[in-house]
Design a protein around this ligand. Structure first.
Ligand code: ROI
Length: 161
């Protein structure tokens, strides 16, 4: 089994409800054991002119191969009405593989660790609820160091998921 962290985001069609449905779907993935989910966090979109996002991070242990997990995540996105109209457009559900054990994956469909996760508060703070502070990313920095360099600004931690 390898521990996988999945970033979740939504900014359309009742985002918190989208994340709750995604959690239920992730908990039913084959060859996988559910570990847990962070609190939900709201923040403005990094791109102006989009609705605010709700984000969270989920953890599971899996024996699925990375591309099989990616297929399963894309199927869940599609089931929840994801339409791929524009690359950075608003979406009902985005599921990103952030970390897959300690693997480095560089394939056309999948790059792990996920690009930009190291500087995004809406990824790092929920991740820190699930992962140990001494978790080391590919560049050798620990999660604690990344958090120190990434202020908790513009994030609103919701009290109920
Ligand atoms: N902004 C926030 N706050 N959360 C996201 O998940 C998110 N995802 C994106 C862009 C449009 C870059 N901005 C985001 O893809």
């Amino acid at each position: 089994m390898e521990r996988v962290y999945i970033g979740m985001g939504s900014n359309l069609a009742a985002p918190a409800e989208q994340l709750r449905s995604a959690v239920a779907a992730l908990a039913r993935l084959p060859q996988s054991e559910w570990v847990g989910v962070s609190a939900f966090y709201q923040s403005d979109s990094l791109l102006p002119g989009q609705p605010r996002y709700t984000n969270a991070v989920a953890a599971l242990d899996t024996t699925l191969a990375p591309l099989d997990l990616l297929d399963a995540l894309q199927a869940i996105e599609n089931e929840q009405g994801r339409e791929r109209l524009e690359r950075w457009g608003p979406r009902t559900l985005d599921l990103d593989i952030l970390l897959f054990g300690d693997r480095l994956i560089d394939q056309p469909r999948l790059k792990v660790p996920h690009y930009h996760m190291q500087e995004r508060a809406f990824v790092l703070y929920p991740l820190a609820e699930l992962a140990p502070a001494d978790l080391r990313l590919a560049d050798g920095r620990t999660l604690a160091e990344l958090l120190e360099a990434c202020p908790f600004v513009g994030l609103e931690r919701l009290t109920t998921n």
